[in-house]
Design a protein around this ligand. Structure first.
Ligand SMILES: *Cc1c(COP(=O)(O)O)cnc(C)c1O
Length: 450
């Protein structure tokens, strides 16, 4: 019995669960997606909240530029560029035998400074928000100060009285740990079994305490929460529920708007923008998608991608059970090479907030992510970690639509010719060369190009 019902009964009411249980790649276009005007209120946050987060990141820019000189190129604003990927698009069309209309682009969060993944958005914003609250309250800082003063022994001694705890599959821990340690916080990262050794080593080199678990992400998070609950000086970064993480991610949209405009790309209802976002617990893709919906309205169509072994958000939204169901409840093992996406139970906050704002969800096998990793390198010379490839097949899924999705949302072939498809590449730049060579070798072997 699964949540009081037999598996057969689940298959009868929710046929796609069969694909999920059998680890088949699958796509689900969300019939409940609703116009932004009706659905944006579900989130309980507004454009003002996003603007506040954006202003905070601007206040911290002078500090970041000093503490992390690699951010100097953008004056202390942590941002990635976009690039067209026509050769990859061509190779994909050939691989799947599926003609593709419109243009494919890549958003290179894989190359975000400081943390080398999308977590450099939400994770760092959350640490900065906490630091700012403490510093303002402790009269170390006022809102009009130049925040570069925080790069000082005095500030580090002040923050050294406080702790930060987080549970992570790797990248969130990296971003919280690197940022928190730079400010002077005592940071503890509770790492799930999926976390790569180099991520733990790197954190320890930054003076972060890393506690390792032999179980999955949910246990690591529970341990972090436990540590913080008994210690009033400890701030727990709640990856499942944090609004400040979510808002940090959402700031990406206003910046993307400027980048697309600078590239001469129009986004409106006749020039739709499809965005493919790899999803773990849901905070990063959820926050980015929320920002995108505020920025582009109904012209943007957001689609989440998950591993076949960890389809927690698809399962949660499709059944309407959200965080009350885990993939393990259905016997799905949550074991995937896409360590950034190895989450068995989705964020209840994100699933409920975003369920009418997201156009669809699909799953990708580990073998496919490795193959696409090698294809990305061969075609476009971009080296990404496995999780970051999950968005690549999204354009295929949309074009292969067998659920009447495009008709339902009112897009004809003229609009599809004018569409932009943006693959959110969520991480990879910090992967050590040796590890990347292993990924590439595996991918090339699967592709038959070894
Ligand atoms: C964390 C992560 C994601 C997904 O973010 P969630 O907030 O867990 O949904 C995607 N890709 C990479 C590389 C990540 O580290």
């Amino acid at each position: 019995m699964i949540l009081g019902r037999t598996l057969e009964s689940w298959y009868a009411s929710h046929p796609l669960i069969r694909d999920l249980v059998q680890l088949q790649e699958t796509t689900w276009f969300n019939p409940a997606v609703a116009p932004v005007a009706q659905s944006i209120g579900d989130v309980g946050l507004t454009a003002t909240d996003v603007a506040d987060a954006s202003a905070r990141l601007t206040r911290f820019a002078s500090y970041l530029q000093r503490a992390f000189p690699e951010t100097a190129y953008s004056d202390g604003i942590i941002e990635s560029d976009i690039m067209p990927v026509p050769r990859l698009q061509q190779a994909l069309a050939e691989r799947y035998g599926q003609p593709l209309q419109g243009a494919m682009w890549l958003k290179r969060d894989s190359h975000l400074p400081v943390a080398g993944s999308i977590k450099a958005r939400g994770g760092i914003h959350e640490v900065l928000k906490h630091a700012e609250d403490l510093a303002l309250g402790g009269e170390l800082l006022s809102l009009d100060d130049d925040y570069a003063v925080l790069d000082s022994d005095k500030a580090r001694a002040f923050f050294g009285q406080y702790k930060i705890a987080v549970g992570s599959t790797g990248n969130l821990g990296l971003s919280i740990g690197i940022m928190g340690a730079a400010l002077g916080f005592q940071v503890t990262v509770h790492m799930s079994a999926d976390a790569r050794q180099w991520k733990k080593d790197k954190l320890r080199a930054h003076g972060v305490t890393v506690i390792e678990y032999s179980s999955d992400y949910s246990v690591a998070v529970a341990q972090g929460r436990e540590q913080a609950s008994s210690d009033p000086t400890c701030h727990f970064v709640d990856d499942e529920n944090s609004v400040n993480l979510f808002l940090g991610y959402s700031v990406a949209a206003e910046r993307l708007q400027r980048q697309l405009a600078a590239a001469g790309i129009t986004v409106d209802t006749q020039h739709p923008l499809f965005v493919y976002l790899p999803c773990g617990v849901g905070g990063a893709p959820g926050g980015v998608a929320f920002g995108l919906k505020l920025a582009f309205g109904d012209a943007v169509r957001c689609i989440f991608a998950e591993p076949t072994h960890s389809p927690c958000m698809l399962l949660g939204v499709y059944t309407g059970l959200h965080n009350e169901v885990s993939v393990q409840d259905f016997g799905i093992d949550n074991l995937t090479a896409a360590d950034g996406l190895a989450v068995g139970r989705a964020s209840g906050f994100v699933g409920k907030a975003m369920q009418r704002l997201l156009d669809g969800f699909y799953t990708v096998s580990d073998e496919e992510m490795y193959s696409l990793l090698a294809m990305m390198e061969r075609c476009e010379n971009q080296r990404l970690e496995p999780s970051a490839l999950a968005g690549v097949p999204g354009m295929i899924r949309v074009h292969h639509d067998q659920q009447g999705y495009l008709t339902r949302i009112g897009l004809d072939s003229q609009a599809m010719v004018q569409a932009t498809h943006l693959v959110w590449a969520t991480g990879g730049n910090m992967v050590p060369g040796e590890e990347m060579d292993t990924y590439l070798a595996k991918g090339r072997q699967l592709l038959g190009t070894a």
